[in-house]
Design a protein around this ligand. Structure first.
Ligand code: PAF
Length: 282
């Protein structure tokens, strides 16, 4: 499997492959790969000839230095997992200097308000960082399609908006959330949880699944309040937010309307590990 560290080498290689008529996919990641990432790669490989997996922990999307420092890194294991897929994969693993040159700062983006909801409220500047790096990767790879997990549903909607507003030709494909046997959404951050904590954290999915069963009979307000209450006396999990929002605008909803799609979003701390999840209500 080829591993590129420099943009110009990757660009030359992809130009060659495109010249041979190959369809190219992009799966952007921050490494610490798990089955959720591999499912993105497998989806990409079904619809394309060559998949570029980028592995880059993007500093500008972290609002908290400690969180960035603690982000898991398992590069050698990541390569083994990708090799194990037996798909046509190339890895792009640049340094911070390669991606940002001198200035490690994010650009400013307007995602028509999607960026101000939920994660945007709690992680200042996060989506400017995501927009900056994803735009660089999309411009570099010029993929036919790029694949993102629905666990970061707000990010997925924002990247679709980025592509629309910046007239980027890559099609953005959202892929379903993969879950651990107890129900916890797969995430690189789960690496930082003990086996015991992972079991405890399964409470998040159990709760949002029960919340979903109340839709649409109960109001959004009631479902939100019920969900919040489940965490009040939890000995281990600390709720940051729960929101019920329209899938396309991500604006919080008060009253359900026919013909619209709604989703419940949640962020929870398990000790100092921040976990997010979401579930489609209809
Ligand atoms: O979802 C992620 O892992 C990151 O936000 C992404 C899309 C790779 C950008 O750094």
């Amino acid at each position: 499997m080829r591993v590129f560290e420099h943009k110009n080498e990757l660009r030359d290689y992809l130009d060659l492959k495109r010249g041979e008529g190959q369809r190219i996919a992009l799966v952007p990641t921050m490494g610490a790969l798990h089955a959720g990432h591999l499912s993105l790669v497998l989806n990409a490989a079904k619809e394309n000839d060559l998949t570029v997996v980028s592995i880059f922990v993007n500093p500008t999307q972290f609002d908290n230095k400690e969180d960035l420092a603690k982000y898991p890194s398992t590069f050698e294991q990541d390569l083994k997992l990708l090799e194990g897929t037996q798909k046509e994969v190339v890895v792009f693993a640049p340094s911070v200097e390669e991606m940002y040159a001198e200035e490690v700062t994010a650009g400013k983006f307007d995602f028509d308000g999607l960026e101000h909801q939920m994660e945007g409220k709690f992680r200042t500047g996060h989506f400017d960082g995501v927009g900056t790096i994803v735009k660089s990767l999309l411009d570099l790879v010029e993929a036919d399609k790029a694949y993102f997990g629905e666990k970061d549903f707000q990010q997925l909607q924002i990247i679709k908006k980025l592509v629309e507003k910046q007239h980027i030709a890559t099609e953005i494909i959202g892929c379903p959330i993969l879950r651990e046997p107890h129900g916890l959404a797969m995430s690189s951050r789960n690496e930082r949880l003990s086996e015991e904590s992972r079991k405890e954290a399964a409470f998040i999915y159990a709760t949002i699944t029960e919340a979903k069963s109340k839709f649409p009979e109960e109001s959004a307000e009631k479902i939100k309040e019920w969900t919040e209450n489940q965490f009040v006396n939890h000995p281990f999990l600390k709720l940051e937010y729960v929101e019920i929002a329209d899938e396309s605008t991500l604006r919080p909803v008060k009253k359900f309307e026919k013909g619209k799609d709604y989703r419940l979003f949640i962020a929870v701390f398990a000790n100092d590990v921040r976990l997010i999840d979401n579930i489609a209500l209809n």
